[in-house]
Design a protein around this ligand. Structure first.
Ligand SMILES: [Zn+2]
Length: 858
């Protein structure tokens, strides 16, 4: 078998949906000429009314076995990729906010009313699709009964029925639910969770939430909560306050001179313009001391906390982060002058370094983090930290752990764990107080990112890592975009998520940047980009006659402006009794996403070689079972894959080559995978959705040498306009020989490169870059001076179109062949081999053998 004949996503069209699903390929980006079948891209929605969008809930299998024995021996896991705070894609309905409606819940299983509820006895009762219980409809809500029956009565149009009866995702306003700071929310009183212990010492999960019993939404949401709270505690109850987004920036001489401080400040400045008045944002600087700014003054004075061992924030929140309505102008002027003010602070060091990057000084990064984290405790919030140096002074200082000899040994595993137990404690404390951490880290110096990544992982935060700090690598632009995106995207705070499933099934695990507490998942912070992976377990036969099984997620969270909301999303899976149908309805992209999360989970406890082995063998049993049980007539030795899973081996192979899971790389392949890089890539993988994951591990390559006239021209309707991009190439080793002569765009979100081969046609080079030699081609962010000729404009248009397809994608960076960074692009050829890895063909052959060995064991 040669790789040319092996399955590849550019060749195969697939995907069967169970009956009853009308899947429509809605192209969100109509300019895309992407040849992949719709499941690979997110522009594809289930058009049926009542189901949550596939962008919100994407099952790895669109059907579910009616009994555990049906998938016994197959080795398949059921799962759903869940984006709890998804923004609707173009063409999808907006999420309605029901301001006055009381959420109606099943009295037995506590699931929420959904489009799948039935009304067997008219308007008096509704049957819960999850457990089958017949619940009375609240008769005090006559309006509701009337409209509810609209769903049953055919003469009332569906679009006039209540949103929760026709849409897969709805939101309820729960503002009257009040809470006391430093607490844990009880989303579901029926869980084993929160027993109210007001004022318990130690700060460990001392909860205290109450509902306002007068408010029907609360009574329904937390029916027992008010009974649990001692009345004497009522004076402690405060309304929900808007959470605060703190930007923690490195203000050291090094950060000033390298331009990093300016990049972060610019990112925040450009985000500010579009932020509403009720948002609360603050800036905190750190170098050898922590610097706070009093935004209540018109010229914000700087308050310094020099104590790195017992750091405190010297300002109350009202002065540290007033609402933007009160301090927008002050904040803007602070950002404009920040770089200048910091350069004045560091005059001596900057002068001494004589124009080159000043040497690193003591860094109090963690002390600053602790100070601002404690300050945010009363209201919760998000800290986005820009990091250039390892913390070396004060609380949380970490020693340099990374040495040349440690890679490839058993000790390497320790490097992806926090340096000291301090960070485990910090992570727990942040999670308890609903404070989340994002890290934007800039290499190449070792940063011990593993320590911060732990805090981000537990609190729902994000980790971004840029390995070079120079302008040539485009890092400053990327940092700017990254800060802008982090601040301006749709965000939530103090999230409590509960996933419920039909009788007979249960949730086996929730993987992602979150913290599991009993049956609830806590997300100190969350945003529209975050995706969790929910494992489903079929533990008992489903009730006889079940046609569908249901999955519902309920997320209680605070919006950026302090509104408490409950978002409910529901989907259903077809119940099947034939294992062949389970295979038939598989979604290889969503299944690969689930396998990636399982691998990351195992990485917490196992060494990398073990995790990689497990990943490789995780698909052997399903394929062996299929070959033995479901293929009747075929050549005896041939590897036969179910049509829906043709590309699963390729995706698993490509997953194993991702920086988070790849064991090592040679210098000619882009250099060693440092602990920081691995940690950041693992954190990225633990947060992205199925589409982004697959696009990253199986990047698209576009030939930019000569472009058809249609490339770069607009297509689509006015509200969904896009530009035509060239057709992608298969990222296989067949591209290798021509690389030195190529001009390629490589899209592996969040990265986007323009590869410039050293032997490129001089005419094309001249046409696009206006330079005569390869050496003269400018590295760094793609910038084209020639704004009149078609070809360079098409290159820029393609780059911008591709970038906008994925939220948080970096700007296009020029990478030149023959440089160290150029080697990195070779590793993105997903189907190519690297010195440690097998080729795709070898992998398939090995898989083939393993499958046959397994068949003999069955
Ligand atoms: Zn129920």
């Amino acid at each position: 078998m040669s790789s040319r004949h092996s399955p590849s996503p550019t060749q195969i069209f697939l995907r069967d949906y169970p009956e009853g699903y009308q899947v429509e390929s809605k192209q969100v980006d109509p300019g895309s000429t992407f040849p992949f079948p719709s499941p690979y891209e997110k522009y594809h929605c289930v058009s049926e009314e009542g189901l949550a969008s596939l962008n919100v809930m994407r099952p790895a299998f669109m059907s579910i076995p009616g009994a555990p024995r049906i998938i016994e021996g197959t080795g398949l896991d059921m799962s759903v990729a869940l984006r709890p705070l998804a923004t609707p894609l173009p063409g999808e309905p907006a999420v309605p906010v029901l301001e006055t409606a009381t959420p109606i819940r099943c009295r037995r299983c506590m699931s929420y009313m959904s489009p799948f509820a039935t009304f067997p006895s008219g308007a008096q009762q509704w049957a819960c699709p999850f457990c089958g219980r017949q619940n009375p409809l609240p008769d005090s809500h006559a309006f509701m009964v009337e409209t509810l029956t609209g769903r049953v009565r055919q003469d009332i149009p569906l679009d006039q029925a209540r949103p929760e009866l026709r849409l897969g995702t709805v939101e309820y306003a729960c503002d009257a639910v009040k809470y006391r700071p430093s607490t844990t929310w009880a989303l579901d009183p029926s869980t084993t969770l929160p027993k109210v212990e007001l004022g318990s010492p130690g700060g460990v999960s001392h909860l205290a939430h109450v509902s306002d019993p007068e408010h029907p939404a609360c009574a329904s949401l937390l029916p027992h909560a008010s009974a649990d709270v001692p009345s004497s505690a009522s004076e402690n109850i405060l309304p929900v306050l808007p959470a605060i987004h703190a930007i923690l920036v490195d203000t050291s001489p090094r950060a000033c001179v390298s331009g990093l401080l300016n990049a972060a400040v610019q990112g925040l400045s450009s985000a500010l313009a579009s932020m509403p008045d009720e948002d609360r944002v603050c800036v905190v600087g750190y170098d050898t001391v922590t610097r706070f700014f009093d935004l209540s003054a018109s010229v914000p004075p700087e308050l310094v906390c020099p104590d790195a061992d017992n750091p405190v924030c010297p300002l109350p929140l009202s002065r540290l982060a007033p609402p933007l309505s009160e301090c927008r102008a002050t904040l803007v002027s602070l950002l404009q002058s920040l770089q200048h003010r910091m350069l004045l602070n560091h005059q001596e060091e900057v002068a001494r370094s004589q124009g080159v990057l000043p040497p690193p000084l003591a860094c109090v990064a963690t002390a600053a983090l602790v100070a601002i984290g404690e300050a945010l405790e009363p209201v919760g919030g998000r800290i986005s930290m820009v990091l250039l140096q390892r913390p070396t002074k004060g609380v949380g200082a970490v020693p340099l752990r990374e040495t040349a000899g440690v890679y490839g040994t058993v000790r390497e595993k320790d490097l992806i764990q926090p340096a000291t137990p301090f960070y485990h404690t910090l992570a727990e404390s942040f999670a308890d107080h609903m404070v989340g951490l994002d890290v934007i880290a800039v290499g190449p110096d070792p940063l011990d990112l593993a320590s911060y990544a732990k805090v981000a992982q537990v609190t729902g935060g994000e980790v971004k890592y840029f390995s070079g700090r120079d302008q040539a690598s485009g890092v400053l632009d990327s940092v700017m975009l990254c800060v802008q995106h982090m601040v301006s995207r749709v965000k939530g705070y103090a999230g409590h998520l509960r996933v419920r499933t039909s009788r007979g099934t249960s949730v086996s695990a929730v993987y992602g940047q979150c913290k599991e507490r009993g049956q609830e998942t806590h997300l100190a912070v969350l945003d529209e980009d975050m995706v969790l992976s929910v494992g489903l377990n079929v533990g008992a036969p489903l009730p006889p006659g079940s046609v569908y099984a249901y999955v519902q997620s309920a997320l209680l969270y605070t919006t950026h402006c302090g509104r408490r909301r409950l978002r409910v999303s529901t989907t259903r899976l077809q119940v099947v009794h034939d294992v062949a149908k389970v295979y038939k309805h598989a979604d290889p992209v969503a299944y690969t996403h689930w396998l990636s999360r399982c691998a990351l989970h195992r990485m917490q406890v196992e060494a990398l070689p073990v995790v990689r082995d497990e990943l490789g063998t995780s698909i052997v049993t399903p394929l062996a079972y299929y070959r033995q049980q479901l293929v009747t007539e075929a050549e005896s030795r041939k590897l036969i894959l179910p049509s829906s899973l043709q590309i699963l081996p390729l995706l698993v192979y490509a997953l194993g080559k991702h920086d988070a899971l790849h064991p090592t790389r040679q210098p000619q392949e882009g250099g060693v995978i440092t602990a920081d890089l691995r940690v950041a890539e693992a954190a990225w993988m633990n947060r992205v959705g199925p589409c982004e994951l697959v696009r990253r591990i199986y990047p698209s390559f576009y030939d930019m040498t000569s472009l058809s006239p249609s490339v770069g021209t607009p297509i689509g309707t006015e509200d969904r306009m896009a530009l035509i991009t060239p057709p992608p190439l298969r990222p296989a080793s067949s591209l290798l020989p021509s690389l030195p002569r190529s001009l390629l765009m490589v899209h592996a979100p969040p990265r986007l490169y323009l590869w410039v081969g050293q032997e490129m046609d001089p005419q094309v080079r001249m046409g696009v870059f206006g330079v005569e030699t390869h050496e003269e081609v400018p590295e760094g962010t793609l910038y084209i001076q020639n704004q009149t000729d078609r070809h360079p404009l098409q290159v820029v248009a393609t780059a911008e179109t591709l970038r906008r397809r994925y939220p948080g994608c970096n700007r296009c960076v020029v990478v030149k062949g023959g440089t160290t960074r150029g080697h990195h692009v070779r590793t993105l050829l997903a189907e190519d081999s690297s010195s440690i890895d097998k080729t795709y063909t070898e992998f398939l052959n090995q898989l083939h053998k393993a499958v046959h060995r397994r068949i003999q064991m069955l």
